[in-house]
Design a protein around this ligand. Structure first.
Ligand code: HEC
Length: 119
């Protein structure tokens, strides 16, 4: 859906995808996002292109982060459930407190979502 701006020097390439509910809500400017919205952030190591060294291409996948909207189930965290996969394996949900803390503190004005729609 949108490229992420690299803030921390993690040397990652990132992309954020949304399901149809998310895309429809973005297009219509619907806030808060409706139940059933799914946003997924993908990240890859930055790797120099073998064809053209100054170009950067995605290398190994690093983390996959997920946000799912369910007002009832995740009422305590703005209606958002957070999940993360590292090297393809799910990370214990008990470690997801930090996700909410940062999204709550910095993205409150947009229903705790940072990414803007890039058509
Ligand atoms: C220190 C702040 C911070 C923490 C902690 C954090 N995020 Fe984010 N998150 C961001 C920022 C900033 C973006 C915007 C895209 C980018 O820069 O990668 C983002 C983007 C996302 C997105 C895409 C939708 C959006 O809001 O733009 C998802 C999904 C996401 N994060 C999930 C998670 C999950 C799951 C965790 C915990 C495992 C987490 N985040 C922890 C700052 C944070």
């Amino acid at each position: 859906m949108a490229p992420a701006i690299e803030a921390a020097p993690l040397n990652e390439l990132r992309a954020v995808l949304g399901n149809q509910i998310a895309v429809d809500a973005y297009r219509a400017g619907t806030q808060p996002f409706p139940d059933g919205t799914v946003l997924v952030k993908l990240a890859w190591k930055q790797t120099p292109s073998t064809e053209f060294a100054p170009a950067t291409v995605p290398g190994a996948a690093t983390t996959v982060q997920v946000m799912v909207k369910d007002q009832k189930k995740y009422a305590a965290t703005g209606g958002w459930g957070f999940g993360r996969f590292i090297d393809g394996k799910p990370v214990d949900a008990a470690q997801h407190e930090t996700c909410w803390t940062c999204h709550e503190a910095r993205a409150k004005a947009q229903d705790y979502v940072f990414t803007r729609f890039a058509p």
